[in-house]
Ligand binder design. Sequence first.
Ligand code: SAM
Ligand code: SF4
Length: 347
Amino acid sequence: MGPALSSDGRPEPSASPLIDPFGRAIDYVRVSVTDRCDLRCTYCMAERQTFLPRAELLTIEELGRLCATFIDLGTTRLRLTGGEPLIRKGFMDLVADLSRHLDSGRLHELTLTTNGTQLARYAQALAGYGVRRINVSIDTLDPDDYRRITRGGNLTEVMAGIDAAQAAGIRVKINTVALKADNAEALAGMIAWAHERDMELTLIETMPLGLIEADRTDQYLPLTTVRAGLERDWTLTPLPLKTGGPARYVRVEQTGGVLGFITPMTHNFCESCNRVRVTCTGTLFVCLGQDDHADLRAVLRDNPGDDAPLQAAIREAISRKPKGHDFEIGRRGAAPAVSRPMSMTGG
Ligand code: SAM
Ligand code: SF4
């Protein structure tokens, strides 16, 4: 007999699904596969970023086992991120491993967030493994500004990656961090460019995560300000897209495209939160904005061949998922609300 099927004809999870204390079903997991990156975006990393010793990272096999356990507990959507996922050695083996769960129907979607520098090389294979959507992060279309913001990145490579992904049939969504000094004037042009290429674009407010040298209040640009600026030229019609995530979407009537706003600082999106995050060291964070966590790596390594303790540790952590978070960009120079950088937790 095959697995039990739900009302939409898909296989049911093998264990009872994860429900948090506020009744939210947790079916979306973001997994960071590395803290390393080939870029050093100014708002994300220090120029001389120190990375974790390799032994601290989950191996590719451990990442596969961890993801499989979440899928057993009802995870239907998985996003792989980093650092830069495509520079993790063995990353495509992980994607190949996870594609089995797409084939079985228990995993509905496997996506990644990437800076796109390696995408030209991997797009075709990713599509072959069932990746249908990818988020690519770019904050400017100007090659010189791109090199400066990313401290050395080559925009031509990223554009080739986007071309390759689209040619392979992968839908590309652009993520753009709104930066007061670096791209405030360029955002409308970026949105028009993305929509011309049939890509959604999501604007992200800078978040106070991790200690980096620049004073981040210098770059903080509230999306309410950006939106008001865009509305001087464009009609933005709110869309009822509910993703369970922090993004709110509008249609830009003049371009026909979709624009998202991720505004963790100015909006509270926690009521519909359906997600948790796992760092590259196997630490489970049940809320992006809070430090409460569970060490899944120890449980994985202490119990080879037995996933029951891992399931129990995940359930226990979910039972502590808070109702909401508490970000605040403080006075100039104030410490970030959460000390781990985005490159650890994954965006
Ligand atoms: N390297 C990949 C990339 O850049 O897409 C994946 C990891 S990156 C940490 C994921 C997303 O987080 C990117 O879109 C990036 O722009 C965003 N990000 C990084 N640091 C951030 C911060 N302090 N505030 C807001 N977004 C941030
Ligand atoms: Fe790397 Fe992504 Fe962070 Fe930029 S935002 S430094 S590409 S991890």
